[in-house]
Design a binder for this molecule. Sequence first.
Ligand code: SAM
Length: 310
Amino acid sequence: DTIKPGSGRANISTIVPGWFSEVSEMWPGEAHSLQVEKILFEGKSDFQDVLVFQSATYGKVLVLDGVIQLTERDECAYQEMISHLPLCSIPNPKRVLVIGGGDGGVLREVARHKSVEQIDICEIDKMVIDVAKQFFPDVAVGYDDPRVKLFVGDGAAFLRDVPEGFYDAVIVDSSDPVGPAQQLFEKPFFESLARALRPGGVVCTQAESIWLHMHIIQDIFAACKQTFKGSVNYAWTSVPTYPSGVIGFMLCSTEGPEVNFLEPVNPIEIVEDSNSEEDKKSRPLKYYNSQMHKAAFCLPQFARKALDAY
Ligand code: SAM
């Protein structure tokens, strides 16, 4: 068998028969593997290969272009952190935009915030949305919230048309910087993000792993420092099925009311501890709490040094 990085099916059986191995030029020389019980869906959209399989130990798995996007077992660590790190850092967020995130998990998390009145999402690939609704109902449940409005299209183009200062928060839940997501890691995109935010508004973007992509993180950090005149901080979380087991986020705020990402001012646990019937029905948080929030900004020495240079 020849291994074709970037192709969903080609990554099955090429290393260990019956296992999915995540082979990619983005992490040469390593390939995390999961045992496959059953392939549930294989398709090719206008943008990428889409694969869903039942794994032996991580529940159902969504794969785009050969790269794991989420598993039922550990998606909480990503979705909760990418959403609550920004939204718990500002008081009363009202208008929120999600770019990417077609699976709906970030919507599910944003919807926990009662102050939020409008949740827009711009996902490029309708097949991801349909597949999430069919195979990942506990994730796609985010679409059921009446505040959600879906736009199917390119997030960078969508953002260019947003009125200046419109959103309190933008969450960029993108895939890696190859294919349709590439432009979501570049300076012109960060500039339109800053333009779309109100003064003191916040953005949280998927920002890769400190073990694999420090140079990409440095580039994002430098571009964000030039673009956002408030705070710029890198945070990370543990996601066992992502390459190297960790993934990071760049948190930035625009000039205006000061945002200190390290000291959350809008704790979500208030909802957790509530006695109201409505709150009791909602899915409890599995990963995020205020201590994890603060800890997420502590960096190992090598990463701290790499970013201190900017
Ligand atoms: N939420 C997931 C998790 O739990 O780990 C992570 C990734 S999410 C599925 C990434 C999404 O970004 C994909 O559905 C992809 O189609 C979308 N995407 C990539 N480029 C995009 C663009 N330019 N505009 C909008 N969405 C884009």
